[in-house]
Design a protein around this ligand. Sequence first.
Ligand SMILES: [Zn+2]
Length: 228
Amino acid sequence: MIFIIFVQLKTKTMWQIGLLVLIAGGVIWGCTVKSRGNNTEKDSTKVNSGSDNPNDSIIPSFSKEDLIRKLIHLSMSPVPENLQQGAMCYSAMREPDSVSYICPQCSEKTLYTISDKDFYQISNIVRYNIHSCRSMAEKIKGLDLRIDEKQFCKKCSPDVVSPQLCLYTHIHGEEDTIKVSSISADDLEILQEFLSGKLIHSGDRDEQTPLKNYIPQIERMLGIKIKN
Ligand SMILES: [Zn+2]
């Protein structure tokens, strides 16, 4: 009888010990997973803070002298050979009869219809050029660029009949900001190619042209003239 009770006690104790071991194991496992989770969070925080545009700080701003030197260098460079012709054919998309523009400043929607003056030109700018110009202006480093699109908003610019995209360029160390009207994504592409030291301009359909052909455009955007 005593033996049976002992066995029962022992069995009960063993069962309790087993349960305790299970609970303890569970707690330890839980902590490990939690601490792993914390590490992951910490790691991801590290990645985020590390990817906070580390390259921006090391890209130097161009001075006016730097830009004049680069323009002179481009003007004296030989015309590159074996330039690509680019794709010859492209399908013409049907033009819409109306296009709407949403102003990023005041959020007002402006509707342009086929009865508006310069509708096809406006439609092309609103549908493609504004977006390309915005992203190009963000990509270009070393100059302070701002795209001004407020002429396309009839609330912000009620008197404008033929709206144009404008570019404001500020060169580091200079007092004045240069304003250029009728800017296109192609102009900004040319500016980026010039700043990155390229000698070739690649167009919309991958056709290549010597970048030195566009020196007047580059001068206009920078407010600099190397030859009088
Ligand atoms: Zn507006």
